[in-house]
Write a protein that binds this ligand. Structure first.
Ligand code: HEM
Length: 503
């Protein structure tokens, strides 16, 4: 039998053996994990050169849409870029985008979580930037509200026609002299989503409305480098980001106040607009003990409403501004649309969405504007929720995914001469039918595709036909027709002047 002293003396020899074994087992596990990880990373799609710790030059480019598309010509439709020290995978032609967003929709539908999450931004209340059940529940309420208060409804068509008349009247005040149409178009477009979301429209000169739109612009016009900064974890305090924080605070305080005032007058038997629809949902789930209660938290409602306002204003506005610029550049196309408008609608009756079916050339022109100068050239970044395989490559869980819509809309295997502006590409041989190629995806694809697609198409058609009933847009002799545009969160024309000549 061992004495206490002898048994204590055993420890110095047995403990290191145990520790050694532990270290060995841990090292073995870590090595296996590391080797598997390394071989997994080795199977990432091919990558062009990049600067360690800074990343790939394509991501810092002021013509990012073109650079991403050019890279696909060399590396294929799926490739890897680097942002800081992290790889990110780009889906950059139609085949790759369809494979990810449609065929593997479950794994490619999450948004990347931006480290730029100043507390006030409340990304967890967003539609555009949240994930999981809260995202799908909010998305569902927004789509239902759009249906109830808008999409496809005759009352909304009347509202858009009414707004188009305000807009044409405001343009008419230029009396045939050059003017910049940006503020007028933006105010008119924004008034449609304001009617649906807040239940009211605003005068184009209302100072509160003007400052709301100006603050929205600060965000959407962020440069490529600035948006890259939002994706880095350690720069939240970085002074150049303060202007975005201030603009965000100012723009969103509007939605916050609107939600408060709606709450004060809320009547569950009279749902007036989208804010009321969200308040109703919140009341339904307030006693629940699940994610829906969290999804519709009272203090988060404004966030989803702000998303609808922002996404519904910027994209449609700049599509119309590209349209006016292209009409000036291609007067023959403008004349053809005017003829179709005269033949089908005439000069006196307000346009109707039902006319679309009889106006293939007008429809084809709008589609070609959306293809040729797509306002959303790349989608808000996504991330894969687990390790996934795609097109023979492996992408580790959490990797950021970029989707280059510009690549799909200019993919030479789907579009003949993609660099030329040609509405006829969307027409049947006899010019009587609209043909929609599968690679035409300006509103995205899959589970996260744009919730406002139908509304946007309705707005584009009604505004366009109202313009063509009343005006011919011609260029101001002194200013050029610059098609290069500017990349921010959306792709917009540089400021320009037009002359709206009364027909
Ligand atoms: C010409 C006009 C428009 C274009 C080109 C456009 C395009 C897009 C695109 C490309 C996306 C990203 C889809 C994805 O990630 O797969 C998107 C998302 C979204 N759009 Fe639009 N959009 C337009 C108008 C609108 C309008 C009028 C509204 C609101 C009424 C709207 C609300 C949204 C929202 C809320 C999302 C986020 C969807 C989600 O993450 O689930 N958009 N849009």
């Amino acid at each position: 039998m061992l004495t206490a002293t002898e048994s204590k003396m055993d420890f110095p020899t047995s403990l290191p053996t145990f520790q050694l074994l532990l270290v060995f087992v841990c090292s073995f596990i870590v090595s296996i994990w590391f080797l598997r990880r390394r071989s997994f990373y080795r199977r990432l799609p091919p990558a062009p050169w990049y600067i360690p710790f800074i990343g790939s030059r394509q991501l810092y480019s002021s013509t990012m849409h073109l650079d991403l598309t050019k890279t696909a010509e060399q590396y294929g439709g799926i490739y890897t870029l680097h942002l800081g020290t992290s790889p990110l995978v780009v889906l950059s032609n139609f085949a790759a985008i369809r494979e990810g967003l449609v065929r593997q929709a479950v794994d490619f539908s999450d948004r990347f979580k931006f480290p730029f999450t100043m507390k006030e931004a409340k990304l967890e209340g967003s539609i555009l930037l949240s994930n999981g059940i809260p995202w799908s529940a909010r998305r569902r309420v927004a789509i239902t509200a759009l249906r109830s208060f808008g999409m496809g409804k005759r009352s909304l068509e009347n509202r858009i026609n009414e707004e188009a008349r305000y807009l044409c009247d405001a343009m008419d005040q230029s009396n045939g002299t050059p003017f910049d149409p940006a503020h007028l178009v933006k105010s008119a477009v924004s008034n449609i989503i304001c009617t649906i979301s807040y239940g009211q429209r605003y005068d184009y000169n209302d100072p509160v409305f003007k400052s709301l739109l100006a603050n929205l612009d600060v965000f959407f016009r962020a440069s490529a480098v600035e948006t890259i900064l939002w994706g880095l974890p350690f720069v939240n305090w970085f002074p150049p980001l303060n202007k975005f924080k201030a603009a965000f605070e100012a723009a969103t305080s509007f939605s916050r106040q609107m939600v408060q005032s709606h709450r004060a007058t809320f009547d569950p038997d009279n749902i007036r607009d989208m804010i009321d629809a969200f308040i109703l949902e919140r009341d339904k789930h307030q006693d629940a003990k699940n994610e829906l209660k969290e999804a519709f938290r009272e203090d988060l409602i404004w966030r989803a409403i702000h998303d609808m306002f922002a996404a519904g204003t910027d994209t449609t506005t700049y599509t119309i501004l590209w349209l006016i610029l292209l009409l000036m550049k291609y007067p023959d196309i403008q004349t053809k649309v005017q003829k179709e408008v005269d033949d089908v609608i005439g000069q006196t009756r307000p346009p109707s969405v039902a006319d679309r079916a009889h106006m293939p050339y007008t429809e084809a022109t709008l589609m070609e504007v959306q293809r040729y100068r797509t306002v959303a050239p790349y989608l808000p970044p996504r991330a894969v929720p687990r390790d996934v395989e795609i097109m023979g490559y492996s992408i580790p869980k959490g990797t950021q995914i970029w989707v280059n819509l510009w690549g799909a809309l200019n993919d030479p295997s789907h579009w003949v001469n993609p660099d030329s502006f040609n509405p006829s590409r969307f027409l049947s041989d006899d010019g009587q039918q609209v043909v929609v190629p599968e690679a035409f995806i300006p509103f995205g694809a899959g589970r996260r595709a744009c919730v406002g697609e139908h509304l946007a198409k309705m707005e584009l058609f009604v505004f366009f036909t109202n313009f063509m009933q009343r005006f011919t847009f011609i260029r101001d002799g002194t200013s050029g027709l610059d098609m290069t545009g500017k990349i921010g969160i959306t792709f917009v024309p540089r400021p320009y002047q037009t002359i709206a000549v009364r027909r």
